[in-house]
Write a protein that binds this ligand. Structure first.
Ligand SMILES: NC(=O)c1ccc[n+]([C@@H]2O[C@H](COP(=O)([O-])OP(=O)(O)OC[C@H]3O[C@@H](n4cnc5c(N)ncnc54)[C@H](OP(=O)(O)O)[C@@H]3O)[C@@H](O)[C@H]2O)c1
Length: 323
């Protein structure tokens, strides 16, 4: 099969198309003929050797989420059969014509969605669900802020917060991006390049913040939070080191947390996939939640897709397609 591998850590030019043997499934996995593979910021970090504490790119193809057709079924898999259309959260391997998935991490492609649209769903929905709803317990009527509102994570968080009865707020790097966030359902989006988000949002008060910037956003996030507010880190694009006043945390009884989905074990991801199927999949079926697909690239143009994501021009998801 054709697959994109990382020859060494570096820029998009280290992504190379190679011939690889078909992966061999275990009894609990399915082999999927990949039609589309979602690109995530984490892929760029892995390519650069900057993902978490691991400084080496993975030996298998990049790619944390896929959509396609079940081609082989492990002996102990009961839910899926050959020919089923599924999308799945996987542990790398998505930038390829075939990939393996734990059968419990596959979800049916919602009615009417293309493979390209379905490939936008697993990683961001599972991340937002586990952090915003499970970890921070966002409630009906609360004010929710996501930084980077037009990222894959941002467009997912805005839609889900609104669908579950919260008021969504966002930050983004241009007026055009802010307008998009507000059209998607944000009450207000602040252009952080021209305005101070604390000044712009303090009159609303924020209960829950999903942040992947970190760095100097942290003292500002803490200032913005209402009593009993929650702040969750899912990355540190603006820097992992920060300083803040713990008296503010104590006096407002704030909760500061964070998580990484990729290293969680298979049972955790299986339970998460089941919750997402129960709570979010019906919203996709009714059109209350829509995948936001910005652009597709053929598999062999993965480097161009990474360059686009690095430019931050995109709004929503970038997806690789195999023919
Ligand atoms: N912990 C987890 O389990 C988990 C899971 C999934 C994703 N994540 C993280 O969530 C983040 C978003 O992922 P994604 O795939 O949705 O990203 P994405 O679509 O590439 O969007 C990232 C956007 O963030 C904005 N941004 C704000 N500050 C930035 C900075 N300092 N450097 C670079 N971009 C900045 C940029 O838009 P502007 O023009 O608005 O600046 C950029 O387009 C990533 O950091 C990713 O690693 C974490």
């Amino acid at each position: 099969m054709k697959a994109i591998l990382v020859s060494q850590t570096g820029g998009p030019e280290v992504l190379h198309l190679q011939d690889r043997p078909l992966p061999v499934s275990t009894d609990l996995e399915v082999l999927i003929r990949v039609h589309a593979s979602g690109i995530n910021r984490a892929d760029l970090l892995m390519r650069q050797g900057r993902y978490g504490i691991n400084s080496q790119p993975p030996a298998e193809p990049l790619g944390l989420e896929i959509a396609g057709v079940v081609e082989q079924v492990g002996a102990e898999v009961t839910r899926w059969k050959i020919g089923d259309r599924v999308c799945a959260l996987i542990r790398n391997g998505g930038y390829a014509e075939y990939a393996l998935a734990d059968a419990r991490h596959c979800l049916p492609i919602p009615t009417g969605l293309s493979f390209e649209e379905a490939a936008c769903l697993p990683e961001t929905i599972m991340t937002v669900w586990s952090n915003v709803f499970q970890r921070m317990h966002l409630k009906v009527g609360e004010n929710f802020l996501v930084h980077g509102g037009t990222s894959g994570i941002g467009v997912t968080a805005i839609q889900l917060a609104k669908a579950f009865g919260a008021q969504a707020f966002a930050t983004a790097g241009s007026d055009e991006k802010c307008q998009f966030c507000e059209t998607l359902g944000a009450v207000k989006c602040v252009n952080y390049k021209t305005q101070d988000f604390v000044e712009e949002l303090k009159s609303f008060g924020i209960d829950v913040i999903l942040d992947y910037v970190g760095g100097d956003y942290t003292p500002k996030n803490i200032r913005l939070l209402r009593p009993d507010g929650r702040l969750c880190f899912i990355a540190s694009l603006g820097g992992a080191q920060t300083q803040f006043n713990i008296l503010e945390v104590m006096s407002k009884r704030l909760t500061i947390t964070g998580s990484m989905l990729a290293p969680r074990d298979g049972d955790f991801k299986a339970a998460l996939a089941a919750e997402v199927e129960k709570h979010v999949w019906p919203l996709i079926e009714t059109g209350q939640y829509k995948p936001i697909l910005y652009k597709t690239f053929p598999l062999e143009e993965a480097a161009a897709a990474h360059r686009l994501m690095e430019s931050s021009e995109h709004i929503g998801k970038i997806v690789l397609v195999t023919t």
